[in-house]
Design a protein around this ligand. Structure first.
Ligand code: ADP
Ligand code: MG
Length: 414
């Protein structure tokens, strides 16, 4: 096969503005060139900076949750390559293809488009034809997958360690899981970076139920992987929910006999910091070594109290008995749930008793149990509800103004 000699040099002159060829941000969408002939593979690959290059479509590993544009070279656009493409496209909704043909014949184009290619370009088409087609298809793909728009997929280790936000309460039933799931989901909707949600409650963990997710792997599996210092495998254990959140649920069956040790917690937190920009951890309502290990590893602790006397009393007793203020005081940030409940309790009284200001009041809102029953965070199910707005405010505050507007400015830039 002869390789056309392409002149890709752009003439420059004093009056000519040189526009760089369109390129695809690898964090948004992966691009892979599939072509058996090495020279042609290089020729196409050189026009697509950052693209993977493989000889055969069967060499390609496709992650189910990451957009990918496959660029089929002329040597892959015969019947076997196109058949493989049809199968792959059916299996992976986040996969699209551009076919590069030696010449644009009607038959060749028809065959490629029927096999599922979204665009067809001639190998000797000048200028940016290939990179433009790939950028256009990548844009369509990413826009159709809102959960992954602009997200930094953390298969590799992060350069700076992520933050840990622990959500804790000495008493169950106060809204800890609702706070953790919604704050994490709101962060995932706002941030362009990976956000994780981890259920560390082995006995009563119900994050997976609240989000309507299958609990395939749990934090117990993660402890094993994290000990091996393998962030890629830790990431693979997590499921992605519809808002793009990476979730590590509790075990499917309550593990009465099993306890996470402080070393496990240490390993998992260290792994999470490499995988996600922020990891929100739903901490069990017990004061044991694992709990303290999480609180110690955390950058922020959302202390959840419900607006009733037993909840406030338990919080006060727990804080005193374990000297929470002495151990982790500066990290404590009080979330007062059901803050508008019609009870004879004044938030100022709560502040006085606990000695911490109420930073995040969350109102009682019927939209919360409705969303729980629908298996969705309320920030997704009823984003305009009062509770959703309160959770979004927590997420924005914890992310900081720049990160919190990441998704919006990414959209604007597009
Ligand atoms: N702000 C709220 N408004 C209305 N209902 C709420 C609110 N917060 C929590 N709930 C309800 O309380 C129940 C218990 O909350 P959950 O988060 O599971 O508690 P915990 O994890 O602390 O045991 C949930 O099923 C939810 O429906
Ligand atoms: Mg819970």
């Amino acid at each position: 096969m002869t390789v056309p000699d392409l002149d890709l040099a752009v003439p420059t002159g004093p009056d000519l503005v040189v526009v760089p060829p369109p390129s695809v941000d690898p964090r948004r969408c992966r691009v892979a060139v599939v072509e058996p002939v090495a020279d042609v593979r290089r020729l196409i690959g050189d026009r697509l900076p950052g693209a993977d290059r493989v000889a055969s479509i069967t060499d390609l590993e496709v992650a189910p949750d990451r957009p990918i544009v496959i660029v089929l070279g002329p040597g892959s656009s015969g019947i076997p390559g196109l058949t493989a493409l049809t199968e792959l496209t059916a299996q992976h909704p986040l996969l699209a293809a551009v076919a590069v043909l030696d010449h644009l014949t009607t038959d060749g184009m028809q065959a490629a488009l029927r096999a599922g290619a979204r665009d067809v370009v001639a190998l000797d088409a000048g200028g940016d034809a290939v990179s433009s087609a790939v950028a256009r298809v990548a844009d369509q793909l990413v826009q159709a997958a809102p959960g992954v728009v602009g997200r930094t997929d953390a298969t590799a280790a992060r350069s700076a360690p992520g933050r840990i936000v622990a959500v804790f309460s000495p008493k169950g039933g106060v809204g800890k899981t609702v706070v953790a799931t919604n704050v994490a989901a709101a962060m995932a909707r706002r941030s362009t970076e990976a956000i994780a949600l981890v259920d560390a409650d082995l006995q009563y963990g119900d994050v997976a139920v609240v989000l309507g997710l299958p609990p395939e792997h749990s934090i117990v599996d993660a402890a094993g992987v994290a000990a091996a210092d393998d962030p890629g495998s830790l990431r693979d254990l997590m499921v992605r929910d519809r808002s793009g959140l990476l979730v590590l649920p509790a075990p499917r069956e309550p593990m009465m006999g099993v306890a996470l040790g402080p070393e496990d917690v240490h390993d998992v937190c260290g792994g999470l910091q490499q995988v996600a920009a922020v990891s929100v951890v739903d901490v069990p309502s017990v004061f044991d070594d694992a709990t303290f290990a999480i609180l110690e590893a955390a950058d922020d602790i959302l202390l959840v109290a419900s607006m009733d006397i037993p909840s406030i009393k338990n919080l006060k007793v727990g804080m005193q008995a374990y000297d929470l203020a002495g151990l982790v005081g500066p990290k404590l940030r009080l979330v007062l749930n059901r803050a508008n409940a019609q009870v004879k309790l004044d938030p100022r009284e709560v502040e006085r008793v606990l000695g911490i200001p109420v930073e995040f009041p969350v109102p009682y809102d019927l939209a919360v149990p409705v969303a729980v029953n629908a298996g969705q965070p309320v920030v997704v199910h009823a984003p305009r509800s009062a509770a959703a707005r309160a959770f979004d405010h927590v997420a924005r505050t914890l992310l900081g103004p720049d990160a919190a507007d990441g998704r919006r400015s990414a959209k604007r830039r597009r």
